[in-house]
Design a protein. Structure first.
Length: 317
């Protein structure tokens, strides 16, 4: 039986970023549809809020780069890995929808989803081939993990967030924290890059050599999760996380990472907690072997049918 056709494209996406969002949606739609990537009368337009080199050829779609406003009158789905959690203005237009983390806006045209994290979990496996299929639920083996560990802690960041700087300086005073990126670079030979395949591959390999990784988000926002937690777990590090007071409501296992918010963001107390694990191999082993999610069960966001069912709803509306 032939699959029905669905025509998709993307808009307001920079050449080198947001490729993973589009590819994940295309992958999901391929389950039921013959996906045709074209700017010509698309059924779905995946759009974001990034700078767009209009008129150039999009290296992801092979089509001319366009902006979201070029597709008024078409069904548009807004996605973003950055801080845009109020979609109320965008969805006022009848053909507009959005996928984003839970916010104060409740509307059946918005899919509440940790989409950046979800897509990264798939991308690291399906595109970068850095982790095996099903890796998020795989049982962890400390003896296997520690073979790749050479160093204490890693940070790979660009933006200069105040809390990130304070945490880095305090932890670095205890023990050398390996850093790459515009925020701080103290290790040579690693290329950060922004390419979503090569760049993330380099980031993964850099973190994989360390026991801990500093995962300080750009903003403090409830239910906001960037790529940081899922990339840290993929590299078998213990994430030291800051940026979402409600993170434990999103399915993460509290025993698998160090949550700065458990310490009221008190950096001295957090560093003391890190020292306890770093200096006691029994506790370190226990934490590194903890499952990523509570009861080792995928949150709904990470189940492929969750996003697929929303996409199909949009197509059929």
């Amino acid at each position: 039986m032939n699959k029905p056709n669905v025509r998709i494209t993307r808009a307001s996406c920079s050449q080198r970023s947001a490729a993973a969002f589009f590819e994940y949606i295309k992958y999901l739609l391929n389950r039921k549809y013959e996906v045709i990537v074209t700017n010509d009368n698309p059924d779905l337009v995946i759009c974001s809020n990034l700078s767009t080199p209009k008129g150039q050829i999009d290296t992801v779609t092979g089509q001319e780069c366009k902006v979201s406003s070029d597709y008024v009158g078409h069904k548009r789905i807004f996605v973003s890995g950055e801080v845009v959690n109020d979609f109320s203005v965008f969805i006022k237009e009848p053909l507009n929808y959005a996928i984003g983390w839970p916010s104060s806006v409740v509307n059946d045209k918005i899919l509440p989803c940790q989409f950046h994290s979800v897509v990264q979990g798939w991308w690291l496996q399906a595109v970068c081939n850095l982790v095996p299929e099903g890796w998020m639920l795989d049982k962890k083996d400390y003896e296997v993990i520690k073979r790749k560990k050479k160093y204490f802690c890693a940070i790979v960041q660009n933006s200069k967030v105040e809390y990130r700087r304070k945490m880095f300086d305090k932890l670095h005073a205890y023990k050398f924290v390996r850093a790459v990126g515009a925020f701080e670079t103290n290790v040579e030979g690693y290329v950060r890059g922004r390419d979503e395949k090569e760049g993330y591959g380099n980031k993964h390999k850099f973190m994989e050599e360390c026991l801990f990784s500093l995962q300080i988000q750009t903003h403090l926002l409830n239910h906001f999760s960037q790529e940081k937690m899922i990339q840290a777990f993929a590299a078998n590090t213990i994430p030291i996380f800051w940026g979402n007071h409600k993170i434990l409501e999103d399915g993460w296992n509290p025993d698998a990472f160090i949550n700065c918010h458990d310490f009221d963001d008190n950096i001295d107390a957090i560093v003391e907690e890190i020292k306890i694990y770093n200096e006691d191999e029994r506790l370190l082993k226990q934490k590194l072997e903890e499952p990523i999610f509570v009861n080792n069960r995928l949150p709904d966001d990470y189940k492929e049918e969750y996003v697929f069912n929303f996409l199909e709803k949009v197509i059929n509306d």
